[in-house]
Design a protein around this ligand. Structure first.
Ligand code: RIB
Length: 319
């Protein structure tokens, strides 16, 4: 099996997306509506699906640029610092006066499951400025990685711009909302989880068989590669010439926040390095597995050496 580490190193990846401060309360269980419970701890840590994916891509070896927006406040300062520390190019990250940095209000239970409410703040202001900045860097970009935490119109226009430059467009459709059929052909790859695949297709996705059904529907709308992230059931992938299911790697789950982001970034890096579809999905599975073993989102994003070590120690990965 040709491994990405032997292929094209240091691809250029641009992430256009959100940056949030994650305000995370940990408890033995989720409260019922109207109920107050005592929690076990609290953390304020860097997050946002876009920024998480940018940090993961950089840690995994891509030259990564993040385009987005934060406020001129303490949370914004902390997010800028974290991105910089991780080697993400943030010269096109805007700071907006008078608008708060986005936050995510997160509850985590003892099984590591999470519930998230986002107050988008500065993320919601992304628009023409970010699209202009993207246009300038697209000629030297291998892959554009998008999510749905910015206004949908911005992400879709970005996909349109990237398509014109022949840049690979990868969408992590989170949080999910239905996409107009005519937008699907703008995407080369889409990486929904079970819930998102269900919302996008109307097929109730609960495992590999239903993931395949949903993936076929999405592919029929004009996306050549569909990977459905199935959490502890692994991932189902459907490409132009091959398809299959890869089980999840067995690890101890501490918290699942950011696991999908780690998967998407690892898939993007491996593909941009020339990996095959199944290899890129393996990378995604390994990155997701590493992310759930640590608390927090951005700080739990995996490093390349850890991912390669996990692949080496996992017999079914074929490394
Ligand atoms: O995917 C996890 C992320 O979703 C968190 O970091 C939170 O900020 C939300 O964007």
């Amino acid at each position: 099996m040709v491994h990405p580490q032997e292929g094209h190193r240091n691809p250029r990846i641009v992430v256009l997306g959100s940056a949030n401060m994650d305000l995370m309360a940990i408890a033995s269980r989720f409260p019922e509506p109207g109920e107050t419970i005592l929690g076990k701890g609290f953390q304020a840590t860097p997050g946002g699906k876009g920024a998480n994916q940018a940090v993961a891509a950089a840690r995994l070896g891509a030259r990564t640029m993040f385009i987005g927006r934060v406020g001129k406040d303490a949370f914004g300062d902390a997010l800028v610092h974290e991105l910089q520390t991780n080697g993400v190019d943030i010269k096109d990250l805007a700071r907006e006066d008078g608008v708060p940095t986005g936050i995510a209000h997160i509850q985590v239970d003892e099984a590591g499951q999470n519930k998230i409410i986002i107050a988008p703040g500065a993320n919601a202001g992304c628009g023409a400025l970010e699209l202009d900045r993207l246009l300038r860097v697209l000629p030297r970009t291998d892959a554009l990685l998008l999510q749905m935490e910015l206004p949908a119109v911005v992400s879709l226009e970005a996909a349109r711009e990237a398509k014109e430059f022949g840049c690979s467009v990868i969408l992590d459709p989170a949080p999910a909302s239905p996409l107009p059929d005519e937008e699907y052909p703008l995407l080369d790859v889409i990486l929904p989880n079970e819930t998102e695949a269900t919302i996008l297709t109307g097929v109730t996705v609960t495992g590999p068989a239903t993931a395949r059904e949903a993936a076929l529907r999405i592919q029929g709308r004009g996306v050549s590669i569909v990977v459905v992230k199935l959490g502890d059931q692994g991932a189902y992938y459907l490409g132009p010439t091959d398809e299959g299911h890869l089980p999840a790697m067995q690890v101890e789950v501490v918290d699942s926040v950011g696991a999908g982001d780690a998967f998407s970034a690892a898939f993007a890096v491996a593909s941009a390095e020339g990996a095959s579809l199944v290899e890129a999905v393996l990378w995604g599975n390994a990155a997701g597995a590493l992310a759930v073993t640590q608390r927090g989102a951005q700080r739990a994003m995996p490093h390349r050496r850890d991912l390669l070590n996990l692949l080496k120690s996992t017999p079914e990965s074929g490394q």
